[in-house]
Design a protein around this ligand. Sequence first.
Ligand code: MN
Length: 229
Amino acid sequence: MTRFILPAPKTPSVEIFESDARFAVRRIFCVGRNYAEHAREMGADPDREPPFFFTKPADAVVDDAAYPPYPPQTQNLHHEAELVVAIGVGGAKIAPDQALNHVWGYATGNDLTRRDLQAAAKEKRRPWDMSKGFDQSAACGALHPVSAIGHPVRGRITAHVDGDLRQDGDIGDLIWPVADVIAYLSNSVTLATGDLIYTGTPAGVGPIGRGESCTVAIDGLSSVTTTYV
Ligand code: MN
C-alpha cells in the first residue's frame, strides 16, 4: 500500500442515471470538428481531416444543475453540445467493429470553451489547454448504461442558453461515429476504464453570458444544465 505524504486527491466522477453509484473518471478526451457544419463555421474543411483530439483534466467534470463561476481570463465563454462516451473496458488498437464493446454508457456533455483564448492560441500556434482544459470546463449529465439504452446512433442534440435554442443537430451526423472515434483514439493511447470521450459539437456554438444557464439535451439521455455565476 502506497503511503502518500499529503492526502490523495479526490477521484473525479460523474453521476449515473437512477443510481446511487457514480462512474469514476480517469481521463477526458475530446474530438475536434466532428460535424461538417461546425467544421465550416470554424473555417476548416470537413472532408479532408481524420479526427483529432485534445484533453481536459479529469477533475474538470461538472454535474447537472451546478453553478460554476464564470471562468477567469475570458470574455467569450462558449457552449459546445456533445455526446459523451464512457469507456468501460480498456484497450489499444481497437478495431472499429469491436469498438462499441468497450463502451459502458453515454451522456450529454458541454465542452465549455474560452473561445477568445482558443482563437489567440490558434493564431500563435500555441496549445489549446488553457482554452479547453480550465476548471469545471466539462459539464456532464447522468450516464446511461449501454445495458439500458443500447448504442444511440441518431437523435436530436440541442443547446439552449436561457431558453433560446442555439445549437440544433443530430448525433447521426457525426463525421466520425463513436466506433471510429474509439478506434482512432486507441491507436494513439491505450484506453482504460473511466475514460470519457466528448465526441464533438454540431454548428451553432456561441457565448454564454455571466448569470446565464446553458442546457444541453440529446434524445433519450438526461440533459445537463449549468449556470455561470
Ligand atoms: Mn468540442
